[in-house]
Design a binder for this molecule. Sequence first.
Ligand code: ADP
Length: 672
Amino acid sequence: MDTPSIGSKEQLVSTIKERCRVCYTCVRECPAKAIRIINGQAEVVAERCIGCGNCVKVCSQNAKVFRKEINKVKYLINSGHKVAALIAPSFPAEFSEIKNHRLFVSLVRAQGFDYVFEVSFGADLVAREYKKIIQSGNYPPVISSDCPAIVKYIEHYHPDLVSALANIVSPMVAMGRVARDKHGSDLKLVFIGPCVAKKDESEEIDAVITYRELREMFAEKKLKPAEVLPTEFDSPMGGRGSIFPVSRGLLNTMDVKEDIFERNVIVAEGKRDFQEAIKEFESGQIAREHLELLCCEGCIMGPGMSPYPSLFPSTGRRYRKRASVSDYTLHKLDTMNMETWQKEYQEYEKIDLFRAFQVKDIRNKRPDAEQIKEALEKMGKFDPGDHLDCGACGYDSCEDHAIAIIQGLAEHEMCLPYTIEKLHNYIQELNISNERLASTQEALRQSEKLAGMGQLSAGIAHELNNPLGIITMYSNILKDEAADDDPIRKDLDLIAGQAERCKKIVGGLLNFARKNQVNIVQTDINHLIESAIQTIIAPNTIDITMESKVSNPLVPLDWDQMTQVFTNLIRNAVEAIPDREGNIRIKIEEKESEVVIHIQDDGNGISEEDKTKLFTPFFTTKPIGKGTGLGLPIIYGIVKMHKGNITYVSNANPEKGATGTTFTITLPRIQT
Ligand code: ADP
């Protein structure tokens, strides 16, 4: 029966998109930069991934998961083959709640395994090979190859160093070879340990599960340590190799005093340290004979260990785990039968522990300087001073981030300062749009109100026009018929005068309602405004100036009516200036197909309350006899009859530094 390929095609590490909150922690922690951010989602690039599982460890949302092989293990167990469990030496760090390791062994056996081996014996054998190399004296610099993530990292990203990797199998494979040597090549091998990268390390091992998965299997069987009888690991049992998974474990296993090798060995563990050591080694800055590299800070910190804090009281942090492993090792060395161990150790002296490596260079070509500059500029980084290198994006420097963008691994939005600035700009734009929307809504409300009033005014004006005409006509006829010295003439004059006044008001209302005729001709706007200014009687403490920037002053308009508009506006401006001292600036500009006229005063301004009533017929703040409240409504009507527009800005609040009022009239160049 063949080993099934259940799960083997599945990616080693992947992202559960729904859980990912895109915090870039995985990008930061990935030594291989194998996390691609695309459309705001983090995904693991399988070809780049070295399986170190750092991203699994650091993801607070549990969005990174590794391939599980529990089903594969069950399949092997039920396949009729003999199956051996190869237990990594870190097991005391994970299962320290099971005080007697023999109970742990029995729990593993109860899953259906025929043999349960300690990989620490494999570690003993491997350590002997390393010791041989180091003690042989004359050998090229060598990099230990017991960490599968490091091996993959070198094969993928530092191909020039592949030849420096020690051609020695890992303790797992060494133990597998021993097990098969003892029980036949048909024996199926399941490694159980703290490592995710092991799942893809060797074809010689049929399945690899982590301690987390083993706990799942235990939970499924609902078997407690108290319910099994203790059994020992199958022989050969490990010796000093039990210390292998803690920091400097290989050196300890070799039983060499580190200081003897101080000059010759460099131990670098953890994502940052191992990368740094490789860089220095590659560039020739360090030329030690042996580089002992581990991706995690000792295998006891591997991603397959239960996360801390966890449901299992045994799973402490690094030093507690370390203590569990060293306690187990010391106890073992105290109690084990050294003679038996020596015998088996010697027996496997000649076992083949050779392993070859392959160059699998997947490095991306570095983009050229111009491309990098362009990507940086897109993030608002124009010179080195703009490079914050804050690391928020997950890359060590802005340049690394730019390179990753070009290589399709990252996005500009990952740059926090850039995104914050973009956000600020959006907020600003949004505020401006909101203000525009509010003022457009206000203008709409106002124009709807004015349209309603216009209709009313037009109706009243129309109804009043005829009786007023009759009053004027008859009072004039009566006046003509009366003798020159008739006292009634005075009364008739009054009637005719007041009727005339009413007619003017009615005319104003008709103007407001846009019911009057306009006589539009091409008119020099500069000339029109200059003559409007002439008609204004203003104290000489008020300075009225006009500035025209139009290249062509001709605008289609009704001279009389527009004169009324500007005289009214300028008169209002004069009357708004307190103490009769101030400035009125009239500016004429052109914008595309329009002429724009601003009448700006530094007067009292218009209060917020009055603004809601502006342009409403008969609204005035001036004393009786001084204001009629028809000026602005008439102006509004006339401007609208010219298909133009009138707006204003005004600040009447002295606390905010009252700045007066500016009325702006826009007139189209072409009347349609
Ligand atoms: P009137 O001038 O007869 O009052 P308007 O319709 O021309 O009628 O003006 C209405 C009101 O608008 C004024 O009474 C005044 O309160 C306000 N107003 C108009 N123009 C200005 C201005 N430039 N500065 C301050 N307030 C103004």
